[in-house]
Ligand binder design. Structure first.
Ligand code: AGP
Length: 616
């Protein structure tokens, strides 16, 4: 996610643009920039780091202008440097673009434009937009934009302006949000409502495949083929702070609902159903290098360690490469034995967790190959790695990790599938099915989120309990750990994740009528091994039931045996065994959230916790 703000009108655009970017900083904050047109000339100021750095630069090097646009970045392609900060220009420095999202086909476009003589100066996907508009520009900016759109693929929104077609900003929505406002001879465009609210409450939400021309005399709307459309403004009653969270009460809830889009973004450009292949070109390992890894060790902390455990199951089952998953905080002090031909994978949402980065530095010194899976471009973990596989979850503000976790699982599944194919372990038909399952995942997550009211009912019944157990088997066990962590870090209730098969070795003593036990009992239809695990979980449920325990189960939609054995049941849509974790964690996230809300806990900043644990 990034923040875009543009202004056309009689006032000095710079303070308005900077104010707009400030209210959008929650959408991205690793670099920022601003561009204005003054006396027919384009002027640009850009900075890496927080928006404050740009504010300081503007004090040192003031910017004047008649109209302009600005951008605060959350990097997806290209490090968060000044050079990669938006807005980006064409060759002649007459057109600028500020962009949010992913241009999936930017590499072939960049190659072709370079052959045509365009000079690129950044690592970003965004820059191809500026050079394409330059190619098509014949004096009218929106005409050039409409032609440019015929060549772009991906999920994105952008705004652009030209010194040669002044006093207008052209805004495009192809999957990422953009809003516009127009009042008393002034025009505004922004990534989200908070930035426009101080000027007008009459807002136009651009629809998919729409183009808006924002000028002093109002807004002209068209579809992405240039056909005019009637603008429909809405009256917004939100206050600006509330608007950052949109319709959601907390950032964490917003991020739970962003998961389908985050998983979709993480998949963009990485799976091809035509060739049945996974494409990890953005990971700097050759096929030979991938195949040379005889062992894999995954190191992480907290929720990221849970995804590491799930990754172990995925990679060992699909690629038959031995995997160990360790707490980074433990591994680094254990004087570990490092086997040759081992790939070390570090998983960290923030990319700054002290224990994880310290362990990474230790492995770097030992000379083993390192891949990091992270959500933050340019974070410390990326600088101590040989290769990086980015989750594309966008900024995760809530301390309790949600969309970072499900996008980590998505990356691990892609990795397992890629390795399995390289090792010839996955037949064509299985690969095709796996990619279809992946492609369908975001819409199944959307459907599952419709179950939220049913989860709320369970929270209503159980929020006063003082202890919870979460039980599962196989690849679902790490999700039991994650569900327990979510509940304890949000509601301060003691909760424990445990392998269901271990209950008889002690924890059964805990069971009584006051103990809710949450079972993960979903399984892949037609998978004999998974079904066998499921039957054992069903037996565990009966054991708990016979001791008066309270049964909460998450299982296959319509599983009557499970429904009849449970006090509370949440059904999840079918998918393959190793993608089920991405679905079944959602009701656990919602359960923890709903219980914590009922207990009056601080959702986005739970006590004693920090979003990024940069100290040991
Ligand atoms: C998860 O909800 C917690 N906030 C915490 O366990 C977190 O996952 C852990 O601190 C690791 O953070 P990282 O992924 O940024 O390294």
């Amino acid at each position: 996610m990034c923040g875009i703000f543009g202004y056309v009108g009689p006032r000095d655009p710079v303070p308005l643009i900077m104010g707009g970017l400030k209210s959008l900083e929650y959408r991205g904050y690793d670099s920022a920039g601003i561009a204005t047109i003054c006396d027919g000339k384009l002027a640009v100021r850009r900075c890496s780091g927080k928006l404050k750095n740009l504010e300081d630069l503007l004090v040192r090097e003031p910017l004047a202008g008649e109209f302009g646009l600005g951008h605060t970045r959350w990097a997806t392609h290209g490090r968060p440097t000044e050079e990669n900060a938006h807005p980006h220009r064409d060759c002649k420095g007459r057109i600028v673009v500020a962009h949010n999202g992913i241009i999936e086909n930017y590499l072939p476009l960049k190659r072709r434009l370079t052959e045509e003589g365009h000079r690129f100066t950044t690592e970003t996907d965004t820059e191809v937009i500026a050079h394409l508009i330059e190619t098509y520009f014949k004096g009218n900016l929106e005409d050039a934009v409409v032609k440019t759109l015929t060549e772009l693929r991906g999920v994105f929104a952008f705004t652009c302006l030209s010194a040669d077609d002044p006093q207008k900003i052209v805004a495009v929505r192809e999957g990422a949000p953009l809003v516009v406002g127009s009042v008393d001879g002034e025009g505004f465009v922004a990534s989200d409502v908070p930035a426009v609210l101080p000027y007008t409450r009459s807002i136009l939400f651009l629809d998919e495949h729409e183009v808006a021309v924002v000028a002093r005399d109002g807004i002209r709307l068209m579809d992405d083929s240039g056909k005019p459309r009637e603008p429909k403004f809405q009256r917004i009653t939100w206050d600006p702070i509330q608007a950052e969270k949109g319709v959601y009460k907390h950032f964490m809830l917003k991020e739970i609902y962003e998961q389908p889009a985050a998983v979709g973004d993480t998949l963009l450009g990485r799976i091809s159903q035509d060739t049945n292949q996974v494409h990890l070109e953005d990971v700097e390992f050759s096929a030979a290098q991938w195949k040379s890894f005889k062992h894999i060790r995954i190191l992480a902390c907290g929720t990221s360690w849970h995804s590491a455990l799930a990754g172990k199951h995925m990679i060992e089952s699909m690629a038959r490469v031995p995997v160990e998953a360790d707490y980074a905080s433990e591994y680094r002090y254990r004087n570990p034995i490092i086997l040759p031909d081992t790939l070390f994978i570090f998983i960290t949402q923030s990319g700054e967790t002290a224990d994880t980065v310290a362990a990474q530095r230790m492995i770097r010194q030992a000379g083993s190959k390192i891949l990091t899976i992270t959500n933050v471009v340019g974070s410390m973990t990326t600088r101590v790695a040989d290769a990086v596989l980015y989750t594309r979850a966008g900024p995760e503000i809530g301390v309790a990790s949600t969309k970072a976790f499900t996008t980590q699982l998505t990356c691990l599944y892609l990795l397992a599938l890629h390795l399995g194919q390289l090792h010839g372990r996955i037949p064509e038909t299985a690969a095709r099915q796996a990619l279809t399952d992946l492609k369908m995942l975001p819409q199944k997550m959307e459907k599952l989120l419709e179950n939220a009211p049913a989860v709320e009912e369970i929270a209503k019944a159980l929020f006063r309990q003082s202890d919870f157990l979460f039980l599962a088997r196989g690849v679902h066990f790490p999700i039991a750990l994650e569900g327990a962590l979510k509940l304890k870090e949000l509601s301060y209730i003691h909760a424990e994740g445990y392998p269901a098969g271990e209950m008889k070795h002690g924890p059964n003593a805990l069971i009584d009528e006051n103990l809710p036990v949450v079972f993960l009992a979903a399984y892949e239809a037609g998978n004999a091994e998974a079904h066998q695990r499921y039957e054992k979980v069903l037996n565990n449920i009966k054991e708990v039931k016979s001791r008066e325990g309270i049964i909460v189960s998450v299982g296959n939609e319509g599983d009557n045996d499970l429904i009849e054995s449970s006090d509370h049941f949440i059904g999840i849509p079918p998918t393959n065994e190793f993608l089920l974790p991405i679905l079944e964690v959602i009701p656990l996230q919602l359960l923890a959230y709903d219980i914590a809300v009922r207990r009056g806990c601080d959702i986005d900043q739970p006590r004693n916790l920090a979003k990024s644990v940069t100290v040991e």
